[in-house]
Design a protein around this ligand. Structure first.
Ligand code: ATP
Ligand code: MG
Length: 407
């Protein structure tokens, strides 16, 4: 990169690949200075299934972003998502190292290492270990224990793992684009940087990102992430339902959804008529908009019912006083907020990208919230690198060493 104040992020979504370049000034304000977007090809539900196509989509999006921003992009922060992601809460305990009992960074590293030492299957790799809270001796609820004194340090941490094969393919795709990964970030965690306030994090909130083939959710409470989950349904399922229900093409169904779709039948006037093109007869058909909504509603309800299930699993329902915030292109359906409020029985709002000094108007949409969050993540976290190479390069080497040992 041209300077340390300039960072790039890539969101490899299931429907689009977006690259974003930002610059941070001396006051810590971030300006978006370039972006590129291409349709995501070669991926299915966040997993690379066609390397050539994936590489091409990333390369072109990054090239456009580099051109617009006038910078060279050689390192990126990239998001990871998909059904292969798992997350658990784990705890670790260590004895404080120093004779005077003052807790240092080394103790914190050690206790996080202890929390990490949970049994992880050999085909999975840890991508995040996020401390939720520390306890020093009998005092709990501590956010930062460094400088405190005690003999026993304990941590509750959220651990996110990814399939090694999937992560390795993502790394290979980046390598083929001559890009090094500063960070591989769980998409929903990156996203939270761009749309949540400190109050949201403390009060408790759910973030639901409804994308093309996936919906990512995360639950925050008491300033830290408590639960993350990936739901294998998104806007594309809604489009497919419309195509089947109205016997039209997927392209037509997508256009209908975007121009006239609604997630809640009761807000649509049954008299309101829309025109649809029929692929078979070429004769346009008239249809009540209420019928379209009645096709969309059950699928959105299904996605939201899976969210309700995850809230139950996380056992935090009554603690989420900030309710839920929606992002992703799939959330751009009229009536989705009242439907979600009914189903979750909590306040729901549409996400708004914040914490930026400047965003081009065309990017100021919930469709681009994830890539903005990834960019902020890049500015707020030191790159994870060892021996001059990216995190996943080490992962790859480890994997390849393991494979060569087996054969
Ligand atoms: N105005 C709109 N109304 C309804 N749906 C929309 C609208 N605009 C986009 N969508 C839907 O949003 C979905 C894509 O969302 P998004 O761009 O957030 O996905 P993505 O980031 O590529 O995917 P993912 O997050 O799953 O990896 C598509 O299914 C598309 O039909
Ligand atoms: Mg997305």
């Amino acid at each position: 990169m041209a300077s340390e104040n300039i960072k790039a992020a890539v969101d490899i979504g299931t429907s689009k690949v977006v690259a974003l370049v930002g610059e941070m000034d001396d006051d810590g304000k971030v300006y978006v200075i370039g972006h590129g977007e291409r349709p995501a090809e070669g991926l299915r539900r966040g997993v690379v299934v066609d390397m050539e196509k994936t590489v091409k989509s990333i390369q072109q999006a990054v090239k456009d972003a580099a051109l617009v921003s006038g910078t060279e992009i050689d390192r990126v922060t990239v998001g990871i998502a998909g059904e292969h992601i798992r997350s658990i809460n784990s705890n670790g305990v260590v004895a404080v190292g120093r004779a005077d009992s003052e807790i240092t960074q080394a103790d914190v590293d050690k206790v996080l290492g202890a929390a990490k030492a949970v049994a992880i299957p050999v085909d999975r790799e840890i991508i995040h270990v996020i401390p939720q809270e520390f306890s020093v001796d009998d005092q709990d609820g501590i956010k930062d224990p460094i400088g405190m004194t005690g003999v026993r340090l304990e941590v509750e941490a959220h651990i996110v793992t990814a399939s090694i094969t999937t992560a390795r393919n993502l790394y290979r795709a980046l390598e083929r684009c001559r890009l090094e990964a500063d960070h591989i970030v769980l998409e929903s965690l990156g996203l939270s940087e761009a749309i949540l306030s400190e109050d949201d994090l403390d009060n408790g909130i759910i973030v639901l990102d409804i994308g093309g083939e996936l919906s990512n959710m995360s639950i925050f409470h008491d300033g830290a992430v408590r639960h993350t989950a990936v739901i294998p349904l998104g806007g594309r399922a809604v489009t497919n339902d419309i195509a089947i229900g109205l016997r039209t093409t997927v392209e037509q169904a997508e256009l209908l959804k975007i121009s006239n779709g609604a997630a809640l039948g009761s807000i649509v006037d049954p008299e309101e008529m829309i025109t649809i093109q029929s692929p078979a007869s070429h004769e346009p058909r008239e249809l009540s908009r209420h019928v379209l909504a009645s096709i969309i509603e059950p699928r959105v309800e299904e996605i939201l019912s899976l969210v309700v299930r995850e809230i139950r699993k996380a056992n935090v329902g009554d603690m989420l006083t900030s309710g839920m915030v929606l992002t992703g292109g799939g959330a751009l359906l009229e009536g989705i907020i009242p439907l979600a409020e009914q189903m979750l029985d909590m306040p729901v709002r549409m996400g708004q990208i914040t914490n930026f000094e400047h965003i081009p108007d065309e990017l100021n949409s919930v469709r681009y919230a994830t890539v903005h969050g990834l960019l902020l993540y890049a500015f707020h976290h030191e790159p994870v690198r060892s021996s001059g190479s990216g995190f996943l390069r080490n992962l790859l080497l480890k994997c390849e060493r393991w494979i060569s040992k087996q054969f």
